[in-house]
Design a protein around this ligand. Sequence first.
Ligand SMILES: Nc1ncnc2c1ncn2[C@@H]1O[C@H](COP(=O)(O)OP(=O)(O)OP(=O)(O)O)[C@@H](O)[C@H]1O
Length: 314
Amino acid sequence: MIEINNLTKLYGSFKAVDNLSLTIDKGTVYGFVGANGAGKTTTFNMIATLLQPTSGDVVIAGKSIVNESHEVRKKIGYMPDFFGVYDQLKANEYLNFFGTSYQMTQAEIAKQIPVVLNLVNLIDKRYDYVDDLSRGMKQRLCLARTLMHDPEVLILDEPASGLDPRARVELRDVLISLKKMGKTIIISSHILPELAEICDEIGVLDNGKLIASGNIASIQQQLSADKTLIIQLISEVDHQETIQFFKEQQLSVERQANGQLHVHFTGSEQQQQQLLLEALRANLPIIGFMEDKKNLEDVFMAITKGGKLDERTE
Ligand SMILES: Nc1ncnc2c1ncn2[C@@H]1O[C@H](COP(=O)(O)OP(=O)(O)OP(=O)(O)O)[C@@H](O)[C@H]1O
């Protein structure tokens, strides 16, 4: 559905997007995550035909953003990270304005306005002034405007930014409905857990490069070779024998304030099982043995700061 081929953008000599290649299948919700300045907006502006790439191309439903931008625009709905405020316009007038700019007929517009307002749960606000809506409602109205011409692909740049938790949940529910309708959605955020809830796949952008891509489980797995085992011991027993056991296995061990041991481990799952078996055979006072599952924030920080994945994915 979307083929990104060697997409590159230079601002002067600065590479904001560096040789990005990626395929996104129809019906996929694909999330781009990256710190501020990683290149998300630049990438989205190119996909949305608002910015010419320095080199490379994006092909959406068979149409090139470089050579067929007009055709591409019919297929996409773009929600920018900042959008204008339209004084003195009511919600339905706002949608009418965008419908007209998509060259829809008045009959089509009249039919589509209630459809999109229902989708974003704003049908009760159709006669309210845009300026009087809450920030979350404005975001959803902006999403409604991108749906006016019923595009196959939605490009949403940080749609949840600045929203309170409740407004985020409301927006997420709308996105889940759009996903169920079979839309292909590209969405960005600098908050990985937020994307993980609705995305089928995630791409991590760092300094303009796509340094990891795949479903959340595979991204987490790419990091899991470097893990911490949490060992819980019977309280009030001497920890020394157990610490000595792990040291003899050439593993580094740290005793925590809560009495747990943290063992740094880089082996496979089979080797992890073997370690547990040997610890039990040695009759150590172990009552808990588990891997410290990295949460998504840890994963994000590790991939963008530690450079661990750079070597593996290149
Ligand atoms: N018009 C421009 N001219 C020069 N440099 C630019 C321009 N637009 C963006 N940049 C630079 O390109 C890099 C990528 O910016 P971009 O806005 O794409 O990142 P982003 O991931 O969307 O960041 P944010 O999360 O802060 O919106 C940044 O270093 C930014 O300063």
